[in-house]
Design a protein around this ligand. Structure first.
Ligand SMILES: [Zn+2]
Length: 234
């Protein structure tokens, strides 16, 4: 199934039930992979996920067991506020000048949107996938002028390589971020990147491609009556 880009519309900075979210996300990643994406422009941030959905995702009518719908169910149950909005055209190109491919070292630490504040332009695409022994992860961090993004990641225990000028910005500007290669093991809890700076309520002008005539599709729960306590994976 094709990978689609979804905006985590109005998501709160952190889950209100972190333990439950943590367990649910681990379970989710046992069944499917996921990219968590954060785009920053100036003092605005917007979060996205890139995930393989079902044939009905584009119409907002999910096939039972659709991973996007299951993830929405988890988010709805563990975050104060969140909505998933399909972004058919993907992300707009931004003037990134430094692009780093990185994977966590043995003591790799998580980071969040607040850590990106020293750049005007930044895009993080982090790929989570099940490995042989637990989770593995890799990230592409693209930024404009400012501090060295490789040094930023190394300080947090990641192994980081600056991509050549011809490849880096093109990779980072993919409208729908795809798989990130060269993953390595991640020993602690997986996480989603969420906006830590001022929330962007209608950030489509700069952050996302203009969608032409394609309208946004919300990802409603197919069975809204089902209790949010239901196990995340069927
Ligand atoms: Zn779906």
């Amino acid at each position: 199934m094709e990978r689609l880009l979804w905006r985590l519309h109005n998501i709160s900075p952190a889950p209100h039930s972190p333990d439950r979210f943590d367990a649910g996300l681990r379970l989710h990643l046992e069944h499917t992979d996921l990219l968590t994406i954060l785009v920053q422009i100036g003092d605005q941030q917007q979060a996205y996920i890139s995930a393989a959905g079902c044939d009905g995702c584009g119409r907002g009518r999910h096939v039972p067991g659709c991973y996007v719908e299951l993830l929405l169910r988890l988010l709805t149950a563990t975050f104060e506020a969140v909505d998933l909005m399909l972004v058919p055209q993907g992300l707009a190109r931004r003037p990134y000048t430094q692009v780093v491919l990185a994977r966590p070292g043995k003591h790799g630490k998580p980071f969040d949107g607040a850590d990106l504040a020293s750049w005007d332009n930044a895009r993080v695409a982090m790929h989570w996938q099940r490995g042989v022994r637990g989770l593995k992860a890799a990230v592409v961090l693209a930024v404009g002028d400012g501090p060295d993004p490789a040094a930023f990641l190394r300080e947090r225990g990641w192994t980081a390589h600056l991509l050549p000028k011809g490849i880096g910005p093109r990779t980072a500007n993919s409208p729908i971020p795809r798989a990130v290669w060269f993953k390595s093991e991640w020993g602690s809890a997986p996480f989603l990147l969420t906006p830590q700076l001022r929330l962007v309520q209608s950030g489509r002008l700069q952050v996302e491609e203009e969608g032409g005539e394609v309208r946004e599709v919300r990802a409603p729960l197919t069975h809204p009556s089902v209790s949010a306590n239901t196990t995340v994976e069927g």
